[in-house]
Design a protein around this ligand. Structure first.
Ligand SMILES: *Cc1c(COP(=O)(O)O)cnc(C)c1O
Length: 495
């Protein structure tokens, strides 16, 4: 049965999956949501014998119902290939009683690759299906990882250009270097004087600028988004939760139908929302553990029912989670408001105007699938240290936030169900913070010296993504003010 996509802010005017992917954000500023969550139509046992690509097809076909089988299979085949350094794409590693789902084996060694390696193909296929002649301009705000993964995905993809805005002083040195060395004639990387929320708000404003949109159209361009607000990002992220479950089943680590807990280090709420959708599809997940760093706006929300971004923005060692406006939460709010666009819009307007909103008790009672908590900087470092000492396994700072919160969850609830922890970045991406946590004697080493040391102590190979940037020339050095973002885009397009 066909699934259509509604905006979270206006009732009516549903669009097809390919149209939702093309647009990214709805014209009214809302996010597209499927009009129902489809149920898995293969048994877990059947899925357990499938490859990652096959599971991807079984999940994504249920959402992208206007794609033909051939189109979707072709997108999947182009995405999950030798860009990943392991055939299983998303391996599970057991350490200290939990299963780490390593989502960082793609081109840029962070979990954003899971969706951004397929989004360009979904997007160009969507353009063809809808007879779009304009060149598609991907506008992206990044807290560090999305930017590089989107650049890598879209570089030299015909019919597209990509502009990435990142907070000049808010990403790790390796993240920045990965971005400013990006090749591809159609790529443009800009540092802004501001934080991630400024970048994201600026990008949303450009999207919402109707006059600019019309002018672009005259000139043969149209915008789309590679941020996790795009349904073409969200749907591929559901896949790996299903995959993780069925692989645990195949390896007889769990019984068919046994419930597991899923722990997700959260920023924009995209990854954990995908896990929530997987649960709604019938995957036996019990709790969704939402782990925050010191920007604990989501923990406070789950505790009090009030979302309040009026607070100091903290720069932490897990920069991809330094976010005070978790965009994808809007999709959950819409749902617990009974798919009521008007009610959701009221809250989003309040968030824009006053920086906060509160949900009703009735809405709050629907959040029992979630458990929220946070880890301080100290706890995060301690977690990396302790896990390494105990098992020899080295995790990155984001994953450590999740691991630390998972320990709190177990302690608080006594819930010892099998747990999958989303491991969202390679430790090589945040080498300094990771190595400092392992042992502070490494503090005076250079960045690449530390990389070698990490390889030595963890017994893992240095990923190609890191080897590459050692010698790659800087190709982007553009910096702008928040107020100049729109002009910067127009300059790049030459209009
Ligand atoms: C983006 C990112 C996150 C946060 O994911 P969301 O989907 O934004 O919640 C966590 N860890 C890493 C390494 C990331 O790149």
């Amino acid at each position: 049965m066909e699934i259509l996509y509604n905006s979270t802010r206006t009732k009516g005017n549903p669009v097809t999956a390919s149209q939702a992917i093309l647009k990214g954000l709805s014209d009214d500023g809302g996010l597209y949501v499927p009009d129902r969550i489809p149920a898995l139509d293969k048994s877990l046992e059947e899925l357990s014998h499938m490859t990652y690509g096959q599971v991807a097809y079984e999940v994504m076909k249920l959402y992208l119902t206007d794609f033909t089988e051939e189109e979707l299979k072709s997108c999947i085949a182009k995405a999950y290939d030798s860009k990943f350094d392991t055939e299983v794409i998303a391996p599970l590693v057991e350490a200290d009683g939990a299963f780490y789902l390593e989502l960082f084996h793609g081109a840029t060694i962070a979990f954003k690759d899971m969706a951004l390696s397929i989004l360009p193909h979904l997007l160009t296929t969507s353009a063809k299906k809808n007879h779009v002649k304009n060149e598609i301009v991907i506008l992206t705000a990044t807290s560090g990882d999305t930017g590089k993964a989107a650049l890598a995905g879209f570089a030299d993809v015909e019919g597209t250009r990509i502009v990435v805005f990142y907070p000049k002083n808010g990403v790790s040195p390796i993240q920045e270097r990965q971005m400013v060395t990006q090749k591809g004639k159609n790529t443009y990387v800009v540092g802004i004087h501001g934080n991630f929320d400024d970048a994201q708000t600026g990008v949303k404003q450009i999207f919402g600028d109707k006059e600019l949109g019309e002018y672009m159209n005259e000139k043969g361009f149209q915008f789309s988004s590679a941020n996790s607000i795009n349904i073409g990002r969200l749907v591929p992220q559901i896949v790996y939760y299903v995959y993780a479950y069925v692989k645990l089943l195949e390896e007889e680590r769990i019984k068919d139908g046994e419930k597991i807990n899923v722990v997700v280090p959260t920023g924009n709420f995209g990854n954990i929302l995908a896990a929530f959708y997987a649960k709604q599809m019938g995957l036996p997940i019990d709790k969704l553990v939402c782990a925050s760093n010191e920007n604990k706006v989501l923990f406070d929300f789950f505790t009090t029912g009030t979302y309040d971004r009026n607070r100091e923005f903290m720069l932490t060692s897990s920069p991809s989670m330094d976010i005070l406006i978790s965009s994808n939460l809007e999709r959950l709010i819409y749902r617990i408001a009974g798919n009521d666009a008007e009610k959701n819009k009221e809250m989003m307007d309040a968030l824009k105007k006053d920086g906060k909103y509160s949900i009703s008790e009735e809405m709050k009672s629907q959040l029992s699938d979630f458990y929220g908590n946070y880890a301080s900087e100290e706890e995060t470092a301690q977690t990396i240290h302790d896990l390494y000492e105990k098992t020899g396994y080295v995790i990155d700072t984001h994953t450590a936030v999740a691991s630390s919160v998972y320990n709190k969850f177990k302690k608080e609830t006594g819930d010892n169900k099998t747990a999958v922890i989303a491991s969202t970045a390679s430790p090589y991406k945040f080498t300094r913070s990771v190595m400092n946590a392992v042992d502070n004697q490494y503090d005076n080493m250079g960045d690449f010296e530390l990389v070698d040391k990490l390889s030595e102590i963890s017994g893992t190979e240095i990923p190609a993504a890191i080897e590459e940037i050692k010698s790659a020339p800087v190709l982007h050095d553009h910096i702008c003010e928040i107020s100049e973002m729109k002009q910067t885009v127009m300059d790049f397009l030459g209009i």
